[in-house]
Write a protein that binds this ligand. Structure first.
Ligand SMILES: Nc1ncnc2c1ncn2[C@@H]1O[C@H](COP(=O)(O)OP(=O)(O)OP(=O)(O)O)[C@@H](O)[C@H]1O
Length: 418
């Protein structure tokens, strides 16, 4: 368990982390989200005692990091996969960490096997691809068999198979009762991995909730109804007191509706249905909706640039945080060729279906991952030499204690190229 109380970090005029209070619990994967510069890495660094808080407190299993006896048995972290001595082989890099932490040598081969790097164990890490470096960093985090694991952008650079693997690794670690805290800008991946979310913006806590609640609270859910009997369905909906939007393709989007009840309503009015599907926004859409006003770094899109869309909004939709579609009162005039956003008025029999429009462009873009920091105690310099002895100057710093070997479920172990 990781507990933060009023954790604050100021760099000069910049308030990077602003009174964060939340708890990361065991047995689930907790996603840590926020726009670029929100303070995620700074928060993680303070958790690992790599940065001193300006105010507040963070505790690992009830203790400050520096108070932990053999901290690598408690917490393993991947903060920046590049922060390792590139002249050292993967094996020697891990052996160095293991020896200086009292971890059995056999554990090195074990974690190399787990992350799929056994075949390149003797190769120097400076020749590693980004994804291989990530795997080596993950191996380092797993080395001490800790109860708490923290990953900053772990899927950065991983191929699809690697992404699939790390997703299952994190889920399995959580299923074993461990605390798993992971930051990522890849919302689709986070949606598949995390059970719980902590979201920050400009250093402040914006959400601390389950994945499903987060999406429900920050997006619109509706039922999409497509029918050739458009007018009759509009009338039926209006009579029954439902509010609906007309989508660009002419489908009706009925807010706060139960698909079963809409199906029965359609049956009572002898309306043929071609589609009746509940819709829920993606995590990405909900995230952008919540954090729109706390995004500090915006890209400029030119006249042809796409902008993020609010789920289900017609005609391209408003920007997140911008004006929302307003219901159109029954009987309101609608310019020709324009489909009004709003309550569907009961149209006169035979009135025209809304014109179809090209599909919406996908909303938003992938936010590039930010920089990281050296993980605790990674050796920084020196040739590819046998690792030093425990406690040797220049060797691993905070959190470099012994670990215990074994304990990794075979079901998620992955072997690549070995
Ligand atoms: N050592 C430092 N000195 C001064 N400012 C810093 C330092 N480290 C971070 N900052 C600032 O603190 C803020 C938070 O940075 P941080 O790297 O924690 O954000 P982040 O959420 O991890 O961003 P990203 O998603 O882009 O990686 C930023 O404005 C950053 O410029």
């Amino acid at each position: 368990m990781i507990e933060l109380v009023g954790l604050t970090k100021r760099y000069g005029d910049k308030l990077a982390v602003d009174r964060l209070t939340f708890t990361v619990r065991p047995g689930i994967v907790t996603g840590f989200l926020g726009p670029n510069g929100a303070g995620k890495s700074t928060t993680m660094r303070m958790m690992l005692d790599l940065d001193n808080p300006t105010a507040g407190d963070v505790r690992i299993d009830g203790k400050h990091y520096r108070q932990l006896h053999e901290p690598l048995k408690h917490i393993g972290a991947l903060l920046d996969a590049k922060a390792m001595h590139g002249g050292r082989s993967a094996y020697n890099h891990l052996l160095c960490l293991a020896q200086s932490n009292g971890i059995p040598t056999s554990r090195v081969s074990e974690v190399l096997d787990t992350v799929g790097l056994s075949s390149v164990a003797k190769k120097r890490s400076k020749g590693f691809s980004l994804g291989m470096g990530q795997r080596l960093g993950i191996a380092g985090a797993l080395l001490g068999d800790p109860e708490i694991l923290m990953f900053d952008e772990p899927v950065n650079g991983l191929d699809p198979e690697g992404i699939h693997w790390i997703r299952h690794l994190m889920k399995n670690l959580a299923a074993q009762g461990r605390t798993v805290f992971v930051s990522s800008h890849l919302m689709s991946e986070m949606a598949l991995t995390a059970d719980h979310l902590v979201v920050i913006g400009q250093g402040k806590l914006m959400a601390d909730t389950s994945m499903s609640e987060f999406i429900a609270q920050n997006s619109r859910s509706y039922v999409r109804v497509r029918t050739p009997d458009h007018e009759r369905m509009r009338e039926a909906l209006s009579e029954a007191g439902y509010s609906a939007l007309v989508a660009v393709d002419g489908a009706l989007e009925v807010d706060r509706a139960d698909p079963a009840q809409l199906g029965e309503l359609a049956a009572r009015h002898q309306v043929v249905l071609h589609e009746l599907s509940p819709q829920r926004a993606s995590l990405e859409e909900a995230f952008m909706q919540l954090t729109a006003e706390s995004v500090e770094y915006h890209a400029h899109s030119g006249p042809t640039g796409a902008h993020p869309l609010v789920p289900g909004a017609p005609y391209g939709g408003p920007l997140p945080g911008g004006p929302q579609a307003q219901p159109v009162p029954p009987g309101a005039a609608v310019p020709p060729g324009v489909v009004p956003p709003g309550v569907v008025p009961p149209g006169p029999p035979g009135s025209a279906m809304p014109p179809s429009a090209p599909p919406m462009p996908p909303g938003g873009g992938q936010v590039p991952p930010g920089g990281g920091y050296p993980p605790p105690g990674y050796p920084q310099q020196g040739p590819d030499s046998p690792p030093g002895q425990p406690g040797q100057p220049g060797q691993p710093g905070p959190g470099q204690q012994g670990g215990q070997s074994g304990g990794w479920g075979a079901d998620w172990q992955r072997k690549k190229g070995s």
